[in-house]
Design a protein around this ligand. Sequence first.
Ligand SMILES: Nc1nc2c(ncn2[C@@H]2O[C@H](COP(=O)(O)OP(=O)(O)OP(=O)(O)O)[C@@H](O)[C@H]2O)c(=O)[nH]1
Ligand SMILES: [Mg+2]
Length: 257
Amino acid sequence: MDKLKVIVFLPAFNEEESIGNVIFNIPRDFHDNVEVKILVINDGSSDRTVEVSKGAGADYIVSFPQNQGLGAAVRAGLHECFKRGADIGVMIDADGEYPADHIPNLLQPIFKGEADYTMGSRFLGTIKGMKLHRRLGNYCFTFLQTVLLKKWIYDGQSGMRAFTRSALQHAEIIHDYNYAQVLTLNLVRKGFRVKEVPIPYNVRSTGTSFITFKGYLSRVLPAIWKEWSRKVEKVNIPSDNFKLEKSDLGERLTKIS
Ligand SMILES: Nc1nc2c(ncn2[C@@H]2O[C@H](COP(=O)(O)OP(=O)(O)OP(=O)(O)O)[C@@H](O)[C@H]2O)c(=O)[nH]1
Ligand SMILES: [Mg+2]
């Protein structure tokens, strides 16, 4: 049997201080039938993000000549995973806030055939260091997705997600600034099954966040409305492609302490 190909991609903009550690912590050998490759989407960084990524073992680097924004970087990541033959694509932020060692946990519902799209949920897991206004912003934007989709979502802004090949192929991100909410609306309305997996989270200690209140209100809200009000066709989703024989990853799963 051919191994399943998992490509983990990291959107990165000036993350030289943190990206090396994130790459080191990505588990490569957690299942005999799974091969893991690492792809960095360098969003026009002016620091040593690319050199550090190569040194840490990244297999592929795709660089934008100029900064295009997180939405554009994630769109490219999904597309590159598909193009390079991934059976499953995983995205994880490069700023060290999300637990790369929990990637097997994130993949398990896909391996078991229970989901096509998974998100690491900080609110089902543990959160260290998130400021109150950020927490409230997260609740509001998550609740908006819950209302629109008529489906409970616990963490709609997660920077750690996994996609089956079909989800990689059909996912659309309609703006360059961000992807978090519009991507979930897009995939769920197309019929992809989403599942959230509890993860621990630590607010970044290096680099700078791109989130601003003004940016969120002026760009993210209109994009949510645009995605929500456009017509989206249901996709004929192939089932069971990714069921692994030993889909229970047992001791390879990481507990939240
Ligand atoms: N700042 C920024 N980050 C980008 C951009 N393109 C890609 N990224 C990467 O996208 C990921 C998430 O960016 P963050 O600024 O941490 O956004 P966030 O995690 O939603 O915000 P925080 O909770 O404040 O960290 C990181 O890995 C960034 O390196 C961009 O144009 N600006
Ligand atoms: Mg971050």
